[in-house]
Write a protein that binds this ligand. Structure first.
Ligand SMILES: Cc1cc2nc3c(=O)[nH]c(=O)nc-3n(C[C@H](O)[C@H](O)[C@H](O)COP(=O)(O)O)c2cc1C
Length: 213
């Protein structure tokens, strides 16, 4: 467990890294730990309506960079992850989740019939636009967990929303796979000359952002 002091240091260690050192790589062990942080992110009903695309191919990274306001993090960071929301939440997808749940719980899937009815009712009550909004929100929770996990390992990150999600979907072929880009995250080690590392955090005071009722 962390002490309060360690948590404070961790929260201040993390910043949106503008310049990564391209020569520094995240170890395989740490990469796997970060991917597990995505896998274990909480999701609504536990349905995990997402997929995380780890882009290793350098030429694909170059293409993504040109659809990301030319931001250097896309190509310079050790890892680049595109966090995508699932687009087709149909009966089969609900069954896929319930099959997994029944397997892990060691219970017959028939026992989950009332749960299935509730889930279907909830999902079918949403318009496609509302479904997408719902799934994207959950992808952002995974983004938060990823960045905090990285900071715990003293690994730097930069969330990227300054991207063209339509172009990303096309470059990565996500539409055919049933996903759409929500946000991306560059992961690696800060460059020694990233002056943003020393920029004081411009946060509003706690008294302004927290209200006790
Ligand atoms: C959803 C989201 C999208 C962001 N997109 C970008 C981006 O495209 N490029 C970038 O350099 N920073 C991006 N940022 C970083 C923010 O600018 C940064 O978090 C904010 O200024 C606070 O600074 P700090 O994270 O260093 O404390 C993004 C942050 C969030 C949460």
């Amino acid at each position: 467990m962390l002490t309060v002091d360690q948590l404070h240091q961790l929260l201040h260690f993390r910043y949106a890294t503008k310049a990564f050192d391209p020569s520094k790589q995240v170890s395989t062990e740490e990469q796997n730990a970060l991917l597990e942080s995505l896998q274990l992110s909480p999701s609504s009903f536990g349905m995990q309506l997402w997929k995380f695309f780890v882009v290793e191919d350098r030429s694909v990274r170059e293409q993504l960079k040109s659809e990301s306001w030319g931001q250097g993090q896309v190509t310079d960071a050790s890892m680049y992850v595109v966090l995508a929301a699932e687009t087709n939440i149909d009966e089969a997808r609900i069954d896929k989740w319930l099959t997994q749940l029944a397997k892990v719980q060691g219970a017959p899937i028939e026992k989950l019939a009332p749960y299935k009815e509730m889930l279907s009712g909830f999902v079918n009550n949403l318009t496609p636009e509302q479904q997408l909004e719902w799934t994207k929100k959950q992808v952002y929770i995974a983004l938060g967990q990823l960045m905090t996990s990285a900071a715990l390992l003293e690994i730097d990150t930069c969330p990227l929303e300054g991207i063209n999600p339509v172009a990303y979907d096309e470059i990565l072929g996500l539409k055919e796979k049933g996903y759409t880009t929500a946000v991306a995250c560059a992961i690696g080690y800060r460059s020694a000359d990233d002056h943003h590392a020393n920029t004081p955090k411009a946060r509003f005071p706690l008294s302004e952002v927290i209200e006790t009722i």
